[in-house]
Design a protein around this ligand. Structure first.
Ligand code: G3P
Length: 217
């Protein structure tokens, strides 16, 4: 399973990259705005900076919602770096845009997926990734993990190469459950990734080993 970090914060991206387990980065307009990034020049420079830190797929989301504008914007984003993945919203014009970029050999990530039918349409259009938002479904008392399971079954039934990029991860159990269900990728904030490290018996055991190692010197 690939690990992406879901942030536009360069320090957190560097910290995850330093761990040596990072495969890519996803961003969205909310995450970019949180870092105070605005205007075309600053947006493109920020994506370039992320591409300098991580050698993997970097999702950059279009801000427009019409086919023509998404094509123009997506082509500009794709020109920033070969690792840029054009992130397209799950709307009717978005499906057409996915097909356009697929035919041009440009990687895509279809975002805001909340149903198996949406994932199926995106896969038909050739999306490289679909991003089901499992945390936001859990927030409204709908089982987000069930959606991951449904999409896995459908993609496996027909051998769709589209990768399931489980998004809106809220805690480490989401990551573990996605791994059990066969998600291809999880994209997570830094904290849930780091919390995979933790176990009290590891801390207790290490403290004992350190204490006993003093007797060996
Ligand atoms: O990047 C898309 C998704 O991961 C957003 O997550 O926490 O805003 O629901 P969240």
């Amino acid at each position: 399973m690939k690990f992406f970090i879901d942030t536009a914060n360069l320090e957190q991206i560097k910290e995850a990259q330093d761990l040596g387990i990072l495969d890519g980065v996803t961003t969205n307009p909310s995450l970019m705005a949180k870092e105070g990034i605005s205007g075309n020049e600053a947006i493109n420079a920020h994506y370039s900076a992320i591409c300098e830190i991580v050698d993997g797929d970097i999702s950059a989301e279009v801000l427009s919602t019409t086919y023509e504008e998404m094509i123009k914007e997506g082509e500009e984003l794709a020109a920033i770096h070969p690792n840029i993945v054009v992130k397209i919203p799950m709307i009717k014009d978005g499906i057409k845009a996915l097909k356009y970029f697929t035919d041009k050999g440009i990687k895509t990530n279809c975002t805001l997926i909340f149903s198996a039918g949406q994932a199926l349409l995106a896969a038909k259009a050739g999306a490289t990734y679909v991003s089901p938002f499992l945390g936001r479904l859990d927030d409204i008392s709908v089982d987000g993990l069930n959606l991951i399971n449904e999409i896995r079954t459908i993609f496996d039934n027909y051998g769709y190469p589209t990768q399931i990029l489980a998004a809106s991860i809220r805690h480490s159990m989401h990551i573990i459950d996605c791994a059990k269900l066969g998600a291809d990728v999880i994209t997570s904030p830094l904290a849930p990734i780091l919390s995979l490290l933790n176990h009290p018996l590891t801390d207790k055991g290490l403290a004992q080993f350190i204490e006993d190692s003093k007797k060996m010197k």
